[in-house]
Design a protein around this ligand. Structure first.
Ligand code: PLP
Length: 453
């Protein structure tokens, strides 16, 4: 390619989450140009294993012919039509029906957005409307957890634990409150499971009591939080949370933007913990990234609780986008099948085994956590928790990330935590290859630290 795409990108595209100065120093950004299956190619012709499915998005892998075909057919048939204010389109209706069928009728109506932040925001707007419609307009506060991430809009950033960003952009909306995160690897309450009695879950009841149950609309959380370093809660955490929400008439909103659509070996990760949320926010892998689309699913009790004359305004221009909905329907056909879920469990076990074998005895490896095809490896002694900023974490993360890319593996290393999430249809052997790349990067880290220390 003749154009220097990284330089052109620096000149013409705003980058969030990376400074222009640093990009110029490293010759970045890496500009992706094409992809196939589990591999990404950049503008210079370099090939990378996509070990994060973009960012837990491309669950079906790149270039899946069924999805491409469905999108092309839909673009030919109907590329766009207004799908609000008294209008809908057949692709959106088909997708909504398909999604509701997949979740066994627990959730019986969908609202379509264009991404995760919008899904979270709409889910919480619905929670407030639901209470107001039932004569409890005072129930407006939303509780989230320290260590979580729920999006980049002002409202969703306020729910997230990214103080440096929210302080720079604030003031944040009011009516938001926080409780503790179930991060057993680095317990915020300095306790150990099971002697702790899952106090982190019971803290939610204390937070609701402190705020006043008549003021709290909803509690929002990811079933397993990637931003807290694939923090897998103890098995009794979610049932306790479910009980507390029911007891206080606080809606439980599951942020399944990362964990949904097969990533954890089921259509929703909440099913793996044996609970039903009241509202579910989906996005990312809903189309495997072939088009931007999110969805909010309401439990049949919530749907029934909304008055028939309620108008959910304002909505989005691109709600129910027909081509995105067609991509999602084809994607669900590909992914939401027992054999794919079985494959996720099998590959999850293989990835964990390969990581543990390859990283055994390495001094700079902290915790290894794998849940479905989500994995995190801490660089010791850094806990992968945003509440505690460890000096040097950013620099070491950047070094590790650079070494992994150099070796041909694309993934993210954030706050001293290597994040993984390969496509669900990846061949089983790729799990060993990924572990080998990670192991080699940790070997290089040891050399680097011993050399400098
Ligand atoms: C758990 C979670 N919720 C919400 C979002 C926001 O999604 P989006 O970036 O599509 O707005 C993200 C994004 O990474 C996420 O990880």
């Amino acid at each position: 390619m003749t154009l220097d795409y990284p330089a052109a990108a620096r000149a013409r595209i705003w980058q969030f989450g990376a400074s222009h100065r640093k990009l110029a120093q490293t010759g970045g950004p890496i500009v992706f140009d094409s992809a196939d299956g589990c591999y990404l190619m950049d503008s210079t012709g370099r090939r990378y294993i996509d070990a994060l499915s973009g960012v837990w998005v491309v669950n079906a892998g790149h270039g899946h012919p069924d999805i491409v075909k469905a999108m092309s057919a839909q673009a030919n048939r109907l590329g766009y039509a207004l799908s609000e204010e008294g209008f809908a389109n057949t692709a959106a209706v088909d997708l909504a029906r398909r999604l509701c069928d997949l979740v066994d009728g627990f959730y019986d109506r969908a609202y379509f957005t264009t991404g995760g932040s919008e899904s979270v925001e709409i889910a919480l707007r619905m929670a407030r409307l639901y209470h107001a419609a039932r004569g409890r307009p005072g129930k407006r506060t939303v509780i989230s957890r320290e260590g979580s991430y729920h999006g980049a809009t002002l409202f969703t950033l306020g729910l997230s634990s990214y103080d440096i960003f929210s302080q720079a952009i604030g003031p944040l909306p009011d009516g938001l409150s926080k409780t503790v995160h179930p991060t057993c690897a680095d317990c915020p309450l300095s306790l150990r499971y099971p002697e702790c009695g899952v106090l982190c879950a019971h803290e939610l009841a204390d937070t609701i009591e402190r705020l006043g149950p008549d003021t709290v609309a909803a509690f929002i959380a990811e079933p397993v939080s990637t931003s807290a370093g694939v923090a897998v809660p103890p098995p009794d955490y979610w049932p306790i949370i479910r009980d507390i929400c029911t007891r206080y008439d606080v809606l439980l909103v599951a942020d399944e933007v990362v964990t949904g659509i097969g990533r954890c070996g089921d259509v929703l990760a909440t099913r793996r913990f044996g609970i039903e949320a009241d509202i579910v926010a989906l996005a990312k892998a809903l189309t495997s990234g072939y088009a931007p689309l999110g969805a909010v699913l309401t439990h049949r009790d919530i749907t029934a609780g909304m008055p028939a004359n309620a108008m959910l305004i304002p909505g989005f221009t691109f709600t129910g986008h027909p081509v995105a909905c067609a991509a999602a329907s084809a994607n669900l056909d590909v992914l939401c099948r027992t054999e794919v879920y079985d494959g996720v469990h099998r590959k999850s076990a293989r990835l964990e085994k390969a990581l543990r074998n390859r990283l055994a005895g390495r001094p700079h490896v902290g915790g290894i956590r794998v849940f479905g095809l989500l994995a995190a490896i801490d660089i010791a002694p850094m806990p992968a928790v945003r509440r505690r900023r460890v000096p040097g974490a950013a620099e070491l993360s950047q070094l590790m990330s650079g070494w992994l890319l150099e070796s041909g593996l694309y993934t993210r290393v954030v706050e001293g935590c290597v994040q993984l999430g390969p496509p669900l249809l990846a061949p089983d052997e790729l799990m060993d290859t990924i572990a080998e790349h990670i192991g080699a990067a940790f070997d290089r880290l040891a050399e680097h630290l011993e050399g400098s220390g």
